[in-house]
Design a protein. Structure first.
Length: 381
């Protein structure tokens, strides 16, 4: 049976070069980076070189990169410290953020009594920037948390506009950039945000590692206590092999960005064209059909099927060897409707199945042809 992986927004396959680099480190550089002997110093040297390399892609200082276990920890590190230690009394966000942000914000509201306010969205899930400015004008000690690329519908935030808007109103700005790091250029000298979250497994690196960009002199305090690793921001022995893997994956992503972006964009556009040709009543959620408004890496598709048949759709696709998702992988075990689509679609549209298909450099047009034919058969059955 043919196997087609179209769930790259959940995780990506590791590039072979990354595996080779990680294997080398696992074999030869196993020292603890906090140890003072030669084994430890070698690991420390690797660690700090990776930090410098990663910082260079974003035009920031190496001291502003804090290694974490992934995007969720980076989101928690920034948001919790800003409320707990820096005295923020209000979080301004949207109802279609990743749960790593929404659940953290709700927990902070419960613990500290902060105000939680949501910026308005249009019918496609795009941020209403005028409403955001109104919220900022009436806010006291706020932090704004808005993701750069929505992980379910692919909408692109005008991150530079929001960053400058926050700066003009003395508000801190945190952005979950898990779906954009490695896929889009981000010059953080030009984009004055304060905190950024990234995760290696979204750009063909290993799982279990990411980083938080923390602007200098932010006053951030640690989330995890213990040793003095990561300049005291994040205690715990660093996983050198994972950090080296993330560095290698990011290097390859940005070295090949233009070429690979063109390729994946062609795959996405081809998928949309084939779907429209074979399933005329297909729809597209959010701004994912518009290349100017959405990322080139994913599309969220509404399929014209009776509600009673919708529940079995993913199971049917899985039986045909097709990997995709109904939304974030972090909530795939839940029977609840996607909170992102619930915020955008009316009740009738929500009854029909919506599926996220996400692409990578390993996706082929032959894969797309196979998936479209299977979808056509399933929808018309």
């Amino acid at each position: 049976m043919k196997q087609v992986y179209l769930d790259n927004a959940a995780t990506t396959a590791i590039r072979p070069q990354v595996i080779d680099r990680m294997t080398e480190v696992l074999k030869h550089h196993f020292g603890n980076a906090s140890s003072t002997h030669s084994f430890g110093r070698t690991s420390k040297g690797l660690l700090e070189q990776c930090r410098k390399n990663i910082a260079s892609y974003f035009n920031v200082s190496a001291s502003e990169i804090v290694f974490t276990s992934g995007g969720t920890e980076a989101d928690n590190l920034a948001l919790r410290s800003v409320v707990r230690d820096l005295g923020a009394t209000e979080i301004i966000t949207s109802k279609i953020e990743h749960h790593a942000v929404l659940h953290t914000a709700e927990q902070l509201q419960s613990e500290y009594g902060i105000s939680l306010r949501f910026v308005n969205l249009d019918a496609c899930g795009m941020i209403n920037y005028e409403h955001l400015e109104t919220l900022l004008q009436n806010a006291e000690k706020p932090i704004v948390s808005l993701m750069h690329i929505n992980n379910e519908i692919g909408n692109i935030l005008d991150i530079e506009r929001v960053a400058k808007l926050c700066k003009s109103h003395d508000a801190l700005f945190h952005s979950d950039c898990v779906q954009s790091v490695g896929h889009f250029e981000l010059d953080l000298k030009e984009i004055p945000l304060d905190f950024l979250a990234a995760s290696a497994h979204k750009f063909h690196g290993p799982k279990g590692v990411g980083f938080c960009y923390v602007r200098k002199e932010s006053g951030l305090k640690p989330l995890i206590f213990g040793g003095e690793q990561e300049r005291g921001y994040r205690a715990g022995t660093e996983a050198i092999h994972n950090i080296v893997g993330m560095d290698e994956a990011l290097k390859l992503a940005y070295e090949n960005l233009d070429q690979e972006r063109r390729y994946v964009s062609e795959i996405k556009n081809y998928f949309i064209e084939r779907l429209k040709a074979q399933i005329p009543d297909v729809s597209f959620n959010g701004g994912c059909e518009d290349s100017e408004k959405s990322t080139y890496t994913l599309v969220n598709v509404g399929l014209p099927m009776a509600p009673e048949r919708a529940a079995m759709l993913q199971f049917q696709l899985d039986l045909k060897g097709i990997a995709c998702s109904k939304g974030s992988a972090c909530q795939s075990g839940s029977s609840q409707q996607s909170h992102v689509l619930s915020a955008l679609l009316d009740d009738e549209r929500l009854k029909q199945p919506s599926v996220r298909f996400s692409f990578s450099i390993f996706t082929t047009k032959e894969d797309i042809d196979y998936v479209v034919e299977v979808l056509k058969d399933v929808v018309s059955a």
